[in-house]
Write a protein that binds this ligand. Sequence first.
Ligand code: ATP
Length: 250
Amino acid sequence: MNKFNQQFAIEVEDLTVAYDAKPALWDIDLQIPRGQIMAIVGPNGAGKTTLIKAVLGLLPTASGMVRFMPDGSAKPSSNLIAYVPQSGSVDWDFPATVLDVVSMGRYGHLGWIRRPTRSDILMAREALHKLGMADYERRQISQLSGGQQQRVFLARALVQQAEIYLMDEPFKGVDARTEGAIVSLLRELRKNNKTVVVVHHDLQTVKEYFDWVTLINVQIVDAGPVDKVFTEENLNRTYRSAGGLLTKEA
Ligand code: ATP
């Protein structure tokens, strides 16, 4: 195995993913920098969720390879990654309280069949408090609004104490106060040298919230520091062919 560059959290090489023979991602090469907040930006159908799921190993890949910190292993160690799925993508009929769901984030740290300890519960409560959800801990998760569900997912990811956080549209449908709470959370994670990858749709806030950006439309259009990559020209290239393959000259 090649030596893994310690500046990266994840390295994606030649990744192609297809649903029913139609490529959703085509020949993706991407290095996700360690300790930074990175946005994945692109039009609807560009393959952003597919990229996150492929990195998590949740989808079969047509070709390619994903390597993880610290040593370039193809399989992430347990507790390396916390995943925050899109709210609405989860079956909320599952009977559990908010506190149960957040405590489940500790399961990776518990042994087989162990119940969360008092300190696990305390940690879950602290995370709920951080996200302004302390008053809801006894509420059934099915009885929350979309923005509240999103905050519960984030609290659960927080207690996982992972190194890498993959978040699929955490800002979707949240109010200004929650958006502020999520931004503070991202910055706190960065301060603790965590790596955060966020699928993001609001182009107005990319420069303010993120250090790095990956522009994608089935293929990678460009990736790198926001100041260098988030240009009008690159955005035009990204959004000009929504959901379709870009030509090499694009
Ligand atoms: P959005 O911004 O709308 O959330 P996205 O960039 O996250 O979009 P993906 O959800 O990754 O896009 O979808 C990429 C492409 O793959 C789309 O053309 C979509 O229709 C297709 N696709 C996604 N999931 C499936 C599936 N399970 N079966 C077939 N096609 C799929």
